[in-house]
Design a protein around this ligand. Structure first.
Ligand SMILES: Nc1ncnc2c1ncn2[C@@H]1O[C@H](COP(=O)(O)OP(=O)(O)OP(=O)(O)O)[C@@H](O)[C@H]1O
Ligand SMILES: [Mg+2]
Length: 240
């Protein structure tokens, strides 16, 4: 059972082979039958490209995450999500919790794994996404922009709630989430619980419609803990 959310409110914070008549095809068939191992330099180049294209703000891995520091996170479920079945099934992941509890870290770690599996991945903050959508709505390129985001296998949308969202922006976000619904995975992070999303979007109806589509096939994590950024620092201050 997921742990209950504490209302945190608005805390902001290849070999020798005779060539056949169709050498290219025969090489391709061989490659398909023998996928390149992960550490093959040819494979690495592609993974690097995927990671660059994903535009992660920094790289984090699952191995770097200290689950003992955040016991409210269901570790086994997070580790099993690393198999990326959720991407194949076009399911979503929602991380909700106060600042510094590892929402972005875990999202990036899963995103990096998806890049290694050659999925098309994108990372964007809500603020940047909404600025982009608004600009493209103004210059007539909105459909192209939405289609671009729809082509990703996994879209990570980070930091919902840190900035207010206008009604127009909420409608644009709704269009994006509707286009991806059951077609591609989203990982979304927020410092607000679902019942507070109406306030973020200044529109209860659009908030409810967005939540409905996001949570239909979703793994939801309510993270309830202390900021890792403050690890050791609070104790140090009380030592005086
Ligand atoms: N359990 C953990 N083990 C190791 N590092 C962690 C852990 N939790 C967080 N961190 C690190 O602490 C920093 C803050 O974590 P992160 O950015 O993921 O927090 P967040 O929940 O996204 O916070 P915010 O809401 O402020 O964006 C990062 O450098 C991250 O790698
Ligand atoms: Mg974050």
């Amino acid at each position: 059972m997921p742990s209950r959310v504490v209302r945190w409110g608005r805390y902001h914070e290849q070999g020798t082979h005779r060539l056949s008549r169709k050498p290219a095809e025969s090489l391709k068939a061989k490659r398909d039958a023998n996928p390149l191992p992960r550490d093959n330099p040819e494979n690495e180049g592609t993974v690097k490209t995927k990671i660059t294209k994903a535009r992660f703000p920094f790289i984090k891995t699952m191995e770097e995450f200290d689950f003992s520091f955040q016991p409210s996170i269901r570790e086994k479920e997070i580790i099993s999500l690393g198999s990326l079945d959720f991407v194949a099934k076009k399911e979503n992941i929602i991380f909700l919790g106060p600042p510094g509890v590892g929402k972005t870290h875990l999202s990036i770690a899963l995103g990096v794994k998806a890049c290694m599996a050659k999925y098309r991945v994108g990372f964007v903050t809500v603020q940047k996404l909404l600025e982009e959508l608004l600009l493209s709505a103004k210059d007539g390129s909105l459909l192209d922009k939405l289609l671009g985001y729809s082509r990703l296998n996994l879209l990570i949308i980070d930091e919902l709630g840190y900035m207010p969202v206008t009604k127009e922006q909420a409608n644009l976000l709704f269009r994006l989430i509707s286009m991806r619904y059951e077609k591609g995975s989203i990982i979304l992070t927020s410092n607000y619980n679902f019942d507070e999303w109406g306030e973020i979007f200044s529109d209860q109806v659009v908030a409810a419609a967005i939540i409905d589509r996001l949570v239909h096939h979703a793994h939801i994590f309510y993270i309830n803990g202390t900021s890792y950024r403050l690890k050791g620092k609070l104790r140090a201050s009380t030592d005086y």
